[in-house]
Design a binder for this molecule. Sequence first.
Ligand SMILES: Nc1ncnc2c1ncn2[C@@H]1O[C@H](COP(=O)(O)OP(=O)(O)OP(=O)(O)O)[C@@H](O)[C@H]1O
Ligand SMILES: [Mg+2]
Length: 359
Amino acid sequence: MARVELDGVRKVYPNGHVGVAGASFSIADGELLVLVGPSGCGKSTLLRMIAGLESISAGTLRIGERVVNDIAPRDRDIAMVFQSYALYPHMSVADNLAFGLKLRGHDRASVDARVREAAKTLELDALLDRKPGQLSGGQRQRVALGRALVRNPQVFLLDEPLSNLDAKLRMSMRVEIARLHRQLGATMVYVTHDQIEAMTLGQRIVVLDRGEIQQIDTPMALYERPANLFVATFLGSPAMNVLRGRLVRAGGWALALEDGNRVPLGDALPDAAMEGRDVAIGIRPEHLQRADGGGFAPVVEVVEPVGSDVFVNLRHGAVPLIARLPPGDLPEPGSVLPLRLATRHLHLFDAQSGTRLAG
Ligand SMILES: Nc1ncnc2c1ncn2[C@@H]1O[C@H](COP(=O)(O)OP(=O)(O)OP(=O)(O)O)[C@@H](O)[C@H]1O
Ligand SMILES: [Mg+2]
């Protein structure tokens, strides 16, 4: 296994579009790193540059100790798993697994041994004679993983490998991949646009938006201290609430919203210099709590009980909010539900740039 290091790695497509604006980070030996971001943010571009399927416009890419910018994909000792699986339909599972190894001139005995071992790891033993058309989506996915596995590469690159599966299967395959990662101790880069997949699978997560890295950290650090509004609202489900307005003091702190409504913030704000500042305040749904007094009074629109929690969709003036409340008495749509912000859990961002402010 190996460490992967990117230093200012940049991709400008021939039409001038900047796919990746310049990425600098490293993936530790044996780490499972997730690249996450919305469609078009440059995840596949970045992964394909690591794989060698896309040329690098600027910067340096190292796998192990070696600079690989100009090394052909087949000589980089990586294996990539695609969203589309790309299995050969006319070949059996066994032949699909063996194909890449045979192509590289491995002898028959070692090919057979590796195929048997991968089939065992992925529980494909009983399916080796079938054609891909005779497999379920999850089984096909396991064959695609198996094809990477038999190669025993330095680095595994996975581009949205689970996105063709239904929700339940995706969850079980997610656990499967995490187990595989632990078992192999492999270096893996995993691309997804699904923030839940990113949070549950990644040891660290790189959040991308429009070709730019927004933040790199562990899942919980990203959740608890997002560096900007993009990261704050991208990670977490339901998404973080955002209230825009001006910080004022009236006894304690309050946020004066554009529509004239006020939201009390208690005493938990940093320093007096913040007074009069235009900000965006982020508060996660679980940090909106029922208030007995001293809160604010949004109107309930839609109540969604999901068993362990109740998601309450509200509106405060023009501002939509969502609160995650413990199960119990369900509030009535149309009623006023007094809430307060758990002020220790406020996130404060600059109104213009969206950058996190102190605290
Ligand atoms: N060959 C190309 N020429 C010009 N622009 C391209 C090319 N390939 C991709 N792009 C653009 O580069 C940006 C990043 O594309 P990329 O495929 O890396 O996105 P992604 O994050 O993988 O998105 P998705 O989640 O939809 O797969 C997109 O805006 C895309 O339209
Ligand atoms: Mg992609």
